[in-house]
Design a binder for this molecule. Structure first.
Ligand SMILES: C[S@@+](CC[C@H](N)C(=O)[O-])C[C@H]1O[C@@H](n2cnc3c(N)ncnc32)[C@H](O)[C@@H]1O
Length: 303
């Protein structure tokens, strides 16, 4: 089995200090949590136990084990072909949001079900609500425009008995972000989002082919991280999605103390700063997160 993983450092120091995934994966313990993971684990060229991180099925079983072992989420699955999230990176976003909320709470991270978070585009994997609820006890609303993804997220919530803490709401229009989701009078402490960042289905396929070629494999347009094509693109890409989100955030300024979004492309930031300036945001922060070689940013704003 090809293993493209690098030698694992003892501690992934670039992850948030509270991230539970800074130390190397303990595959013995993970296999104990989910025995089916065993078939994907082998000794890599650095004499470490590892999986093939380009195999979505292997990553899915690693996720099942991490969610069970670290977060007590016993029932997690995603329909075939849907985005299989790297859990350490997703956890980082949650911890950085916790820091933002702590700033206005005498430096203490607020915990418990009085903290309400809206996750736009919760995905079939429901990953942010699971990590956020299990880590800090926060309550979540997860919105989702895709039928299958929304049904899958709902099933995860129900299968784990989390319906009192996590509510999945179907967004009926691709054109809306908060509109149709936030109810009159409803209040959120913070919103979050991992937006679709490609501009077209063609772009998703081209980037995917290039990635496989760089790995010396020819798998055409197969997405190595899973992810159905339409989960990953929005006409106009990340800049347009963010522009829409910022415009709607102004409309919902009274409903949410803070808004935030992951930004994968640095070039998206300039347009966001301009829009936030135009709408007279009272505070804007850009948090840099890095996982391995990948750097992403979280943009946070309030009115
Ligand atoms: C990149 S995926 C993120 C999924 C998950 N949150 C994660 O981090 O793995 C983006 C998700 O946003 C959803 N989406 C796209 N436009 C949306 C909208 N206007 N409202 C709600 N969800 C939307 C897509 O269907 C997709 O599931």
């Amino acid at each position: 089995m090809a293993d493209t993983s690098k030698p694992i450092q003892d501690e992934k120091t670039n992850l948030h200090p509270r991230n539970a995934h800074r130390s190397r994966y303990n595959f013995q313990a993970l296999i104990k949590a989910v025995p089916q993971l065993r078939q994907f684990v082998s000794q890599n060229e650095f004499d470490d136990l590892s999986i093939n991180f380009t195999d979505p099925e292997a990553v899915k079983f690693l996720n099942k084990a991490l969610l069970k072992q670290q977060y007590g989420v016993a029932a997690w699955d995603i329909p075939e072909g849907f985005l299989c999230p790297p859990i350490p990176g997703r956890a980082d976003y949650i911890h950085y949001l916790a820091d933002v909320l702590a700033e206005h709470n005498k430096g203490e991270v607020p915990t418990g079900n009085t903290v309400k978070v809206l996750d736009t585009g919760v995905g079939a994997n429901c990953i942010y609500p699971l990590i956020g609820h299990k880590t800090y006890g926060w309550n979540f609303v997860g919105s989702e425009v895709d039928y299958i993804a929304a049904a899958s997220a709902k099933k995860i919530v129900e299968d784990n008995g989390l319906a009192a803490a996590i509510e999945i709401r179907k967004q009926t229009s691709y054109a809306n972000i908060f509109d149709g989701i936030i109810k009159p009078g409803e209040k959120f402490d913070i919103t979050m989002c991992n937006p679709p960042f490609h501009t077209s289905s063609k772009e998703v396929n081209e980037k995917s082919s290039r990635k496989w070629k760089n790995l010396g494999q020819d798998k055409g347009t197969e997405l190595n991280f899973g992810g159905r094509n339409n989960e990953l693109w929005y006409e106009g890409g990340e800049p347009r999605f963010l522009n829409k989100m910022i415009t709607e955030s102004k409309q919902f300024a009274r409903s949410c103390k803070w808004f935030s979004s992951l930004i994968s492309q640095k070039a998206t930031l300039d347009g966001c700063y301009k829009s936030l300036d135009y709408y007279k945001a009272a505070d804007v922060k850009t948090i840099t997160m890095s996982q391995g070689q990948k750097t992403s940013r979280v943009l946070v704003w309030k009115f």
